[in-house]
Write a protein that binds this ligand. Structure first.
Ligand SMILES: CC(C)(COP(=O)(O)OP(=O)(O)OC[C@H]1O[C@@H](n2cnc3c(N)ncnc32)[C@H](O)[C@@H]1OP(=O)(O)O)[C@@H](O)C(=O)NCCC(=O)NCCS
Length: 177
């Protein structure tokens, strides 16, 4: 099971993370820290090129193992505007999508478009019957993206702080074709 390394999503292109994007990736995270920190435990004030390099290395290893497929998101003119990935941690028959956007590009419908396309791609993979998004109960942006992309709430659970920052309650949503 392996998704494509590059996915065209209209105004956006999703490309499997490459080591040479570490500097720009770190700049994107640093520029977006006020928005990312409340919900993404790895987004901290110390985030730097080394952290981005480590993330990209982990992504390459996870891709090779078939457990996580992470993409940088680019505009058609080459701006690196965020990240989105598929994770197998939701269990058999499911893939989970995680995402963040670079703040100057927020609020333009980009993440909704990226989620819609990656959901379609996920459902073409062998054995995948549903796609999951988990977000904090107090994350209206992520809730809106998921809802607009057709994900319905199926559960609310106490969150694992190692996986999700936030209020302690995680909303689980799913998309089924
Ligand atoms: C959540 C996030 C990815 C949204 O990205 P985005 O590209 O701005 O989302 P979109 O432009 O596609 O917005 C989709 C809808 O969400 C709404 N929305 C976006 N951010 C919002 C916010 N902070 N509060 C309320 N609604 C919000 C938009 O208004 C839009 O709805 P509309 O079309 O009816 O106006 C972005 O805010 C982000 O990176 N947040 C921090 C990281 C994070 O929380 N990641 C997800 C972890 S589960």
């Amino acid at each position: 099971m392996e998704p494509p390394e590059m996915i065209n999503a209209g105004e956006l292109v999703l490309k499997r993370w490459e080591p040479e994007w570490a500097e720009e990736g770190a700049a994107a995270v640093r520029e977006s820290l006020p928005e990312l920190k409340p919900f993404l435990p790895w987004a901290t004030d110390g985030y730097d090129v080394d952290a981005a390099t480590t993330y990209i290395k982990m992504s390459a290893e996870s891709w090779a193992k078939g457990v996580e497929f992470n993409y940088a998101i680019f505009t058609t003119v080459g701006d690196l505007i965020g990240s989105i990935g598929l994770m197998t941690r939701a269990g058999a028959g499911a893939l989970e999508i995680g995402y963040w956007i670079r703040t100057p590009w927020a609020g333009r419908g980009f993440m909704t478009a990226a989620v819609r396309v990656l959901t379609r791609v996920a459902l073409t993979l062998p054995g995948i019957e549903r796609v999951v998004i988990q977000h904090d109960a107090a994350n209206p942006g992520s809730a809106a993206v998921a809802a607009k992309a057709g994900f319905v709430e199926i559960d609310r659970v106490a969150s694992d702080p190692a996986v999700h920052a936030g209020t302690g309650t995680t909303v689980i949503r799913e998309f089924r074709p």
